[in-house]
Design a protein. Structure first.
Length: 280
């Protein structure tokens, strides 16, 4: 799987936090027993006896743990799962004194070996657009199998949906976006990536497996306060589409220069979809 630097994860975290659906976050907290029980899905949110476990896939430095911080969350058992040992070390450095953490360095493609057993909630942030349909199928099948002995849910936030809108506009915006979305579907190390189709595919797979599924838009809304992130996003897009034959190098350079010139004054909306699935 392609790696992500700590600097990049730090840079995007505030935009992720603002984008995340507050409603679905609250429903996830309810399911963990960290808030007043909600009537959604027709189920009590009362926690099961014993330890309440959250398994966070592609955990990075612990962004999902921080996003779900709430009174009582320090009593949960957080299983942080990532292929990158350096990111897990950073998560432990930040949180091992305040949270109950198990770190698991796993290949996410080997679903049978992921530490999912006994987890009340499996979480992931900005992950499923990087994985294949086959991997989603294996994961959902395993979760559904485990559900017979232990009720579990899945909370997957910030799945890229293929939309990006810039203000001010540029004549090459559509061509660059089309090329970028093609790149998002290439293999990132976890099979041919779902890319922009990830949220919809995940929703369908979970529904078919018998979960009650709720979704909510969670777009990045970027402006001048996010100028550093916007610049990194622009250069990341340029790097991703540089070899696409549909865009001439001069056109791409013109687009890049225009976008960088407006990084501090313009606006950008990048679409994402949050998905929460709980037992019916």
């Amino acid at each position: 799987m392609s790696g992500f630097s700590i600097d990049w994860l730090n840079l995007r975290e505030d935009a992720d936090r603002r984008a995340r659906s507050g409603e679905l976050r609250q429903q996830a907290l309810d399911w963990l027993g960290l808030a007043a029980p909600a009537a959604a899905f027709g189920m009590s949110a009362a926690p099961q006896p014993g330890e309440v476990i959250v398994t966070d896939l592609g955990s990075g430095t612990g962004a999902t743990l921080r996003a779900l911080s709430a009174p009582g969350s320090q009593q949960l058992v957080w299983r942080l799962v990532d292929h990158d040992g350096a990111l897990l070390d950073e998560a432990l450095r930040r949180h091992r004194r305040d949270y109950r953490i198990e770190d698991h360095q796993n290949d996410l493609a080997i679903v049978a070996e992921l530490p999912l057993g006994g987890a009340r909630l499996v979480t992931a942030s900005a992950l499923f657009d990087l994985v294949s349909a086959a991997l989603v199928d294996r994961l959902v099948q395993r979760l559904a199998g485990l559900r017979a002995g232990w009720p579990n849910g899945l909370y997957a936030a910030l799945n890229y949906d293929g939309s990006t809108d810039w203000d001010p506009p540029h004549p090459y915006d559509a061509a660059v976006l089309a090329a970028f979305n093609r790149d998002q579907r290439r293999d990132k190390g976890l099979g041919r990536a779902l890319g922009p189709d990830s949220g919809a595919y995940l929703q369908q797979a979970l529904d078919t497996a018998g979960y009650a599924v709720m979704t909510a838009a969670s777009p990045w809304q970027l402006d001048g306060r996010d100028a550093s992130l916007v610049r990194q996003l622009i250069d990341g897009i340029v790097s991703a589409v540089g070899s696409d034959p549909s865009i001439e190098p001069g056109q791409l350079q013109d687009w890049r220069e225009f976008r960088l010139a407006h990084a501090s004054t313009g606006r950008c909306c990048v679409g994402h979809l949050d998905v929460l699935a709980l037992p019916r």
